[in-house]
Design a binder for this molecule. Structure first.
Ligand code: FAQ
Length: 327
């Protein structure tokens, strides 16, 4: 009797879930946004928390390579621009953490996952910024790759993530231009400046191509994320678009992409290009990037140094809540 009742309620629950799943999939297929209080499959929620929190961590860790250059930027104008850009990245991190929090994961849990090495952040930020030209290369290539990936995310199926992307993309587009403008000036400067620009392009090109993730055939998450319309274009599609846009930009300022295999392919209407060194990518994902340890040490120290302000904010919030209760 008891078992039969259990079986009955389990089958009612699974019919309900099947109905909810069908309704969810129909909404995704109709390009409706899924909102925080809507029913969603647990795996969809988990995928979003993973992707959005990793995206947020990338923005925050991404402040470090450029932050290192604020005091060394070559003029007041360049300092002011770089300062504004790095602040924008902090803002992007905050929108993204907020979007992930709407899925029921606290910011503390996400930060803990980053600091313990459980959560990832983009491989690109594990490379050092050696010269001023690297700041140009980051804006041009890294922000350029970031926008290529983020523009389609304005139509991702989860509403808060899509809306966060709208503002992020506007700002990233300014970042990309400021980087290209630095490269343009260096490339038109003295021989030493031109060499510095070419050297930065040589070092940042391949890591930028890695930002899009592994090839589609080795990407465990792409197929499901495309079905759920979390991702709107695959890793390889976005990488190809990035190469197609960026190679002519390099040509236009007299720089050369460090890949002898780059060649226009009329039939496909895009450039052919060489194979990324995926062993380097996987090593960097595993935490073996050239400056990975330094990056995480700086992040952990910043979190510890900020403890007093979190405590003060909590104490203030408790005091205000007490006042409201008393009123
Ligand atoms: N780095 O199956 P897939 C920026 C991981 S924002 C590290 O293809 P998925 C702004 C991936 O997580 C840059 N890990 O995964 C800025 C997965 O591991 P998991 C960040 C990577 O999620 C500019 C595994 O490999 N942008 O730069 C990377 O479907 C300048 C298998 O990969 C975003 O996060 C990588 N490059 O596709 C700031 C955009 N690639 O989690 C400062 C949103 C892959 O299963 C200065 N994210 N992995 O353990 C996405 O679009 C996707 O998550 C992808 C990866 C495309 C990154």
């Amino acid at each position: 009797m008891y078992t039969t009742e259990l079986q009955k309620s389990a089958s009612v629950a699974s019919t309900e879930d099947a109905d909810k799943l069908a309704a969810f999939e129909a909404r995704v297929a109709a390009d409706e946004f899924i909102e925080p209080k809507d029913w969603m499959p647990e795996a969809y929620r988990r995928t979003l928390v993973r992707q959005i929190s990793q995206h947020a961590h990338s923005e925050i860790v991404g402040m470090l390579p450029e932050g290192n250059w604020i005091t060394r930027a070559p003029s007041l104008r360049r300092k002011a621009i770089l300062l504004a850009k790095v602040q924008d990245e902090a803002g992007h991190g905050l929108y993204l953490y907020s979007a992930a929090e709407t899925l029921g994961t606290s910011r503390e849990e996400m930060i803990e996952a980053l600091h313990s090495g459980k959560a990832k952040y983009s491989t690109i930020f594990n490379y050092p910024t050696l010269t001023w030209a690297d700041i140009g290369a980051i804006g041009w290539l890294v922000d350029g790759a970031a926008i290529m990936n983020q523009v389609p995310l304005q139509r991702t199926s989860y509403g808060p993530y899509a809306r966060a992307m709208v503002r992020v993309c506007k700002e990233e587009s300014f970042h990309q231009r400021q980087g290209y403008e630095i490269m343009m000036h260096l490339a038109a400067g003295t021989d030493a400046q031109k060499r510095m620009a070419q050297d930065a392009l040589n070092r940042w090109w391949w890591p930028s191509l890695m930002m899009f993730g592994p090839p589609d055939e080795n990407s465990p998450n792409t197929a499901q994320s495309m079905r759920w319309r979390i991702k709107r274009e695959t890793n390889d599609e976005l990488r190809q678009k990035f190469v197609d846009i960026t190679v002519p930009q390099a040509d236009a300022i007299g720089l050369t992409v460090p890949d002898p295999a780059v060649k226009w392919n009329e039939a496909k209407g895009g450039y052919d290009f060489g194979e990324v060194d995926w062993s380097e990518f996987y090593a960097v994902v595993k935490g073996e990037g050239p400056v990975a340890k330094e990056r995480m040490a700086v992040r952990r120290k910043a979190w510890e140094d900020g403890a007093w302000i979190r405590e003060a904010a909590d104490a203030y919030a408790a005091k205000q809540a007490g006042k409201r209760k008393a009123a």
